[in-house]
Ligand binder design. Structure first.
Ligand code: PAF
Length: 288
């Protein structure tokens, strides 16, 4: 695996390697969820690139930017073992050259769910991903559905600003007991780790009720919140039942693909997870 840091090195790499290139952008501290993205990329591309960049612009002033786990050496070993071809580990100056003054601001899709609680977050994500897509020039880019809202923000970014690549979504990788894999899980104490499972139980309850025929968003939301609140230490920021693509509230009963999304605090850690109801297959691949 070649490790590069700059745009010039990327351009040289492109000249020596055949397309198609599959791309997995990450913030490092890689776990099996990231490797599932690499595996999906390897299945349909000649080359696979991963980027590792803890992007400052997507963290709020009181969030965990400085505490975010940075494990570059072990990440490189993991990617070597996985057969990844290229790692982009850019400097901050490559991503945000001196004088940088432009930001992408997502529309309504970035304003629901996490939007109000993390002002500027999706602008930071969209801006860094757009820059990475320009630098890396992949034919396909892979994202995990654990952050469903991020996926839908980036889907709009691709369509609205005409990025010439295909975006592929890969289902959330879970621990054996159902906890969604996340670098932030390592902030949890052993007790919190088992309390966190209640999020998965709440989503499983929503899926079960939907499968049993429940179609009223408010009823599904109430049920999910009720199961979640059985774990008193979990402090929900929101439980939302929204249109899977636009993330806007559903009027009437559920008739199109829907997402049940949860954000909750457990001690100092903020956790998110979601499930989708109905057939979201058309949303799993996006291109112009
Ligand atoms: O999902 C992430 O790890 C990040 O938000 C991303 C897409 C790499 C942008 O920094």
């Amino acid at each position: 695996m070649q490790v590069v840091h700059t745009r010039a090195e990327l351009l040289a790499w492109h000249e020596a390697h055949p397309a198609p290139l599959g791309f997995v952008p990450t913030m490092g501290n890689l776990h099996a969820g990231h490797l599932a993205l690499v595996t999906a990329a390897q299945a349909e591309n000649a080359q696979v690139a991963v980027s590792i960049f803890v992007n400052p612009t997507q963290f709020g002033p009181n969030e965990d930017f400085s505490a975010y786990p940075r494990t570059l050496d072990s990440d490189i070993a993991v990617l070597e073992a996985a057969g990844c071809d290229l790692l982009l580990a850019p400097t901050a100056a490559t991503m945000y050259p001196a004088g940088t003054d432009t930001r992408i601001v997502p529309g309504a899709v970035g304003e629901s769910l996490c939007g109000p609680f993390r002002p500027g977050h999706f602008s930071g994500v969209a801006t860094v991903v757009a820059t990475l897509w320009h630098l890396v020039q992949p034919q396909r880019a892979y994202f995990g559905t654990k952050d469903w809202q991020q996926c839908m923000v980036l889907r709009r970014l691709l369509l609205d600003l005409a990025f010439p690549l295909e975006m592929v979504l890969v289902p959330t990788k879970r621990e054996a007991d159902g906890l969604a894999m996340s670098s932030r899980n390592q902030y949890l104490s052993a007790a919190e780790r088992s309390q966190a499972l209640q999020i998965h139980r709440a989503l499983t309850a929503a899926v079960g009720a939907f499968q049993d025929g429940e179609r009223h968003p408010a009823t599904l939301q109430r049920l999910t919140l009720e199961v979640l609140s059985r774990e008193a230490d979990l402090k929900p920021q929101y439980v939302a039942v929204v249109d899977a693509e636009t993330l806007q509230p559903i009027t009437g009963s559920i008739g199109s693909p829907t997402t049940v999304a949860i954000a909750a605090h457990l001690g100092k850690t903020r956790l998110i997870d979601n499930c989708v109801l109905g057939d979201v297959t058309p949303l799993l691949r996006t291109c112009l």
